[in-house]
Structures are given as C-alpha cells and as structure tokens.
Write a protein that binds this ligand. Structure first.
Ligand code: KIV
Length: 260
C-alpha cells in the first residue's frame, strides 16, 4: 500500500480499512487480514501503558513501537503518531518525523490544523508524507470529561472544514477526523481530494480507523458510541479483523448506532 493507492481508493470509492497496532504479532495479523493502513497511535499510552492518556507517550516509545510494528507488516501502509510536545517547532517536528520514518513509518501524523502551518510546510518541503488529525484532539484534552464530540456548532464546524482545506493545501496526504458529526465529516470529505479516515465520524469518510483493543473488546473502560466489538460475533481474532475490513469496505460499519 502506498500513498497513490490510498488516493486512488478515494477516487474509486473503495473504503480504506485502518486499525491501530503496537507490536509485530498484531501488525502481522492485521496485515494478513487485509487491513490497508496500520496506525501506530499514541493511544498506546492508554491501551499499552495504562496511563489513561496519550500525553505521557515519548518519542522513544513511538520509535520502539513503530520499529516492532514494521517488522510484522508487509503490505499495509504504516502511519506513526508524533507524540505530545514532539512537534513544538518545524525543526523539532522534522527531526522527530525522520526518527519515525527511520524506525519504519511510511507517514507521520500529528494533531491540529492552522496553528501548525509552518510545521506542515516544513515537513512537506522535506518530503515527509503527512497525516493531519482534526476534530477531537486527545493530546489537548486534559480531563476525561473533555472527550466530547467536536464541530457541533456552526463556528467550530466551519473551523474544521477550513482547517481540512488548509492542511491539504500545505501538503497533507491524509486527514484523520475524530469524533465529529457524520454530516460534517461528509462535507469535509467531499471538499478534499485527499482521503479522510474517520473514527466516530460516520460512514461517509473515505476510510475508518479503530483502536484495535477497542474493536477486540480488550479495553475494559467505558466503550465510546463509535466502537464496535468485532470479536463478539467472530470465531477468533483473524475472523474479527476480516469482518471489520469487510464491514468498512461494504459500508456497513459504522452504522447509525456508531455515529454522532
Ligand atoms: O492514537 C490513536 O490511536 C489515534 C486514533 C484515535 C485515530 O490517533
């Protein structure tokens, strides 16, 4: 999988199936079960470290997990997160992006839009493939009550649409949209020529991502509305992942029940 294939998926209407992975065995399973994109997410702070947040995740953590995911992955495109405070200015963002690429990432993701203009431009100029992350930004939420659907009022919806258009113009190759109303995600997706990958953003995104531990029912915490446990109705992990991929591709996931 490469960036031009992802973009051709958008043009042809084929949905992109993405899951998070943090180690070689899960990455290999997902890869073999047809997952198009593997995200080495800083959600590892929650599901691997048990920290209850993503802000405690370091560059060393991200490089380590990217390296071991890359070992298990043959087909899927690997996106790795730049963790909290690792992209404070363009120079630092570039140095840390290069570390993730050297560890095996094909693309780097970071949270935010217009406030990072100089970072988008610097990374794009330097040839780093880029994934933006808009909507709910977990690195900016300091208390668990702050995990709320974004873009519900006119101003914040307008800001998300504008940010998406800006980040595409600054070189983003993909945009993750987290926890926004489905109709807003649909407008964003229709206004971009690069793919959107949604989590809690409705079926009209060009692809879907879930935290793998959530879709396997491993996470014991309260399940957000957008999560579906695919293991519940499957015979094993491989079958659950295949069912997830198929449900994304045939647009039966996310259903209305998983949508804001
Ligand atoms: O870290 C992560 O898992 C993510 C997804 C929630 C998109 O960024």
């Amino acid at each position: 999988m490469n960036i031009s294939q992802l973009k051709s998926f958008k043009r042809s209407g084929e949905k992109i199936a993405c899951l998070t992975a943090y180690d070689a065995s899960f990455a290999q399973t997902f890869d073999r079960c047809g997952v198009d994109v593997i995200l080495v997410g800083d959600s590892l702070g929650n599901v691997i470290h048990g920290s209850g947040n993503t802000v405690s995740v370091s560059m060393d953590d991200m490089c380590y997990h990217t390296k071991i995911v890359a070992k298990g992955c043959e087909q899927a495109l690997i996106i790795s997160d730049l963790p909290y405070q690792s992209y404070e200015d363009p120079k630092q963002a570039l140095a840390n992006s290069n570390l993730l690429i050297d560890a095996g990432a094909d693309m780097v993701k970071f949270e935010g839009g217009r406030e990072h203009e100089s970072i988008f431009k610097k990374l794009h100029e330097s040839g780093i493939p880029l994934c933006a992350h808009l909507g709910l930004l977990p690195q900016s939420v300091s208390d668990p009550g702050g995990f709320k659907v974004q873009g519900k009022d006119e101003d914040s919806a307008k800001r998300i649409i504008e940010d998406a258009i800006l980040v595409e113009s600054w070189g983003a190759d993909v945009v993750v949209l987290e926890c926004i109303p489905a109709n807003l995600a649909s407008i964003v997706s229709n206004n971009l020529s690069i793919p959107t990958i949604g989590i809690g953003a409705g079926v009209d995104c060009d692809g879907q991502v879930l935290v793998s531990y959530d879709m396997l029912g491993i996470n014991p915490n309260k399940k957000p509305k957008f999560v579906k446990n695919f293991l519940e109705s499957s015979t094993g992990i491989g079958a659950a992942v295949e069912s997830y991929v198929q449900s994304v591709k045939n647009k039966s996931f996310p259903s209305k029940d998983h949508t804001y």
